[in-house]
Design a protein around this ligand. Structure first.
Ligand code: FMN
Length: 304
């Protein structure tokens, strides 16, 4: 029996449901074509902001027992250099490319999107609303319904291609934020980004990170992310993408049973570039287990 593991996020069609999450897929030609892409449904770019960002000082990555803390600080070349350096990679990439855009001040983000609009081959923009609200109170854009809606509306005004909004898991009410973003015309939700954590370096007795807090990802956050997927998928009609700790076929299928149309994996790819291939190889078992032939048929099955 042939089992179909393709996935769809609105109009974006994926051969595999496993998308490389932002920040982990290298910008080198060998990773953007050929066998390295086996099992990779789409690639999210590293963060793109209007101006270049140098990122955070000090230690940037710290392994924990069940995941990794990162304090990269959205380091990137800025949109102008992104276009100069990577337009060809994007245009020729055989899988959809998702441009991960930093939600900065409204004008800055709109300008970034305006510039990206000229890049052929970007299948969707993924608006990262986990960043501090530069026009407001400094809290992450995604924390409240009002600021999340403002961010989504600002992007929607400029961007005519699919708009995915990547939520922050720190919000106390993911369902309400999901609804607010949907109401402003977002085409999909990514649930979600990293979780705030911290670490003490036991050798020095001091915080590991200069900023003390950092983003936790990896297996530790899987049940937390699954909960956000469940809440968001129950609140909106647009597709939801599960993101957080996915590293096996069981994790991927679990996210989809909870209502996700696809998944993003970050830490898993960071640890092993072939993670997508391994996840895909295990998926048919989880599809046939529930008497189905297509991966899309298990989306939301746990809710019925
Ligand atoms: C090293 C690293 C860099 C990241 N950079 C970004 C980024 O630039 N933009 C973004 O939206 N998320 C970024 N993330 C978050 C991931 O895209 C993903 O949402 C998060 O790691 C949770 O998924 P995971 O548990 O599968 O890693 C980064 C994560 C890591 C580990």
């Amino acid at each position: 029996m042939t089992i179909d593991i393709s996935a769809k996020v609105g109009t974006v069609e994926l051969k595999s449901p496993v998308i490389a999450a932002s920040g982990v897929w290298p910008y080198s030609e060998e990773f953007w074509s050929g066998e390295k892409l086996d099992g990779v449904g789409a690639i999210c770019t590293k963060a793109i902001s209007l101006a270049p960002r140098r990122g955070n000082r000090g230690i940037r990555l710290w392994e924990t027992q069940a995941g990794v803390l990162n304090s990269i600080g959205l380091q990137n070349t800025g949109v102008k250099k992104f276009i100069e350096n990577y337009s060809e990679l994007v245009k020729n990439c055989p899988v959809p490319v998702i441009a991960n855009v930093v939600m900065e001040a409204v004008w800055d983000t709109q300008e970034t999107l305006r510039m990206l609009d000229g890049v052929e081959g970007i299948a969707a923009a993924e608006l990262n609303i986990s960043c501090p609200n530069a026009d407001g109170d400094g809290m992450a854009w995604g924390m409240t319904c009002a600021s999340a809606a403002k961010a989504a509306a600002a992007a929607r005004k400029i961007w005519n291609r699919p708009l995915w909004v990547k939520m922050t898991p720190q919000t106390p009410d993911p369902a309400a934020v999901a609804r607010a973003v949907e109401a402003e015309g977002a085409d999909a939700l990514v649930c979600s980004n990293t979780w705030l954590g911290a670490a003490i370096d036991m050798a020095s007795g001091k915080p590991v990170f200069d900023r003390v807090v950092a983003g936790l990802s990896g297996p530790a956050v899987f049940p937390l992310a699954l909960r956000v997927v469940w809440q968001a998928a129950g609140a909106v009609k647009i597709p939801v993408i599960g993101c957080g700790g996915v590293r096996s076929a069981s994790d991927c299928a679990g996210m989809m049973l909870a209502g996700a149309s696809a998944v993003e994996a970050g830490s898993a790819f960071f640890a092993d570039v072939n993670a997508g291939k391994a996840i895909c190889a295990g998926l048919p078992e989880y599809i046939t287990r529930y008497g189905k032939k297509r991966l899309s048929d298990i989306v939301g099955l746990a809710r019925e």
